[in-house]
Design a protein around this ligand. Sequence first.
Ligand code: SF4
Length: 352
Amino acid sequence: MTYYLPENLPSGPILSSRRPTINEFFLSSYTMNIYLGCEMGCPYCDGWVYSSRPLNETVRVPLNLPQLLAEELQTVSRGDLIAITALSDPYQPAEQSYRITRQVLQVLADAGQPCLILTKGLGVLEDIPLLQRINEQSLAIVMTTLLTMDRYAAERLESKSPAPALRLEMLTALKRAGIPVGVAMVPVIPYVNDTNTASRALFRACAEVGVDFVIWDYLHVPNERHRMRVDEMLIRVAAYPSNFYRDVFQGQPLPTANYRAERDAELLVRCDGFGLDPRVPHRLFAGRLDPKNEAALLLKHTAFRDTINGRAHMAALHRDLAERVYGGEVRAEQLRLSPLWLTLKQVLTMEE
Ligand code: SF4
């Protein structure tokens, strides 16, 4: 049983501080949470790590958050995207009663502020008109988390979330309404959804419904409490001996660099095979964000492929240029070192 705690927040920032580096998964310069706590309570969620109480025990409902956000947006560039992705689902069941997310979208639509929403909640479909309004002015993207197409495993990994097939239907409806959609295979859980068979089934399903892009990232186990929760989850899915995880994590919060490099390479091949982009494709955000953000994202997305394809030097160059351009400190002669120069020059309207 989850308790809802409606409250008025004290005045103060609603958004995270502006990110020192743009987020290449979500295109974001800012992140925001709407509800605090998440009724879905998925055991792998990072929200558990940052919450002193069980993530799904109470959900704090910030009644005045939309008003505070409207004030704060006066100081935010319209070229910076806000990601509503952090540590709680904006369309969890509380939204049906309180509609705070809907009010937030109204504020973003009034301001023409670009946003990206990550949700498993089918309630997002009720807000399509607001998302369309934002997308006409700037950019609105909706992503859903999808770990597996195996219903048996999904029920054990995230029993309170809509079934994978329903989430894909949700994306289909959004896409039909003109909203760009993506899938977050987050987290990749070793021995659960990291096999070739599992990723092939997932990516095939994404391609069949015309998802615009897929991203992935790895299970994060930063402390012992979270490790025990993950162990319980693994026992529910199948009998995985915990020493499997000793090999893959080697006592670190993330799987080893070798494991991640191998999976990245496999998943990229799979993505390419199904014609899926492994990051938000440029066509979706071209001309819709601050040109510096657009250029930084192009550089980071290219660096991602450079890394996987063994072009370490180019990857380092592109990541360095991305930081410089996002910080407004780049010169044309530095950008000319990149094969992306002609595109970057156009995006940033630079002289030769
Ligand atoms: S729905 Fe999302 S935010 Fe909520 S517990 Fe699950 S993973 Fe975390």
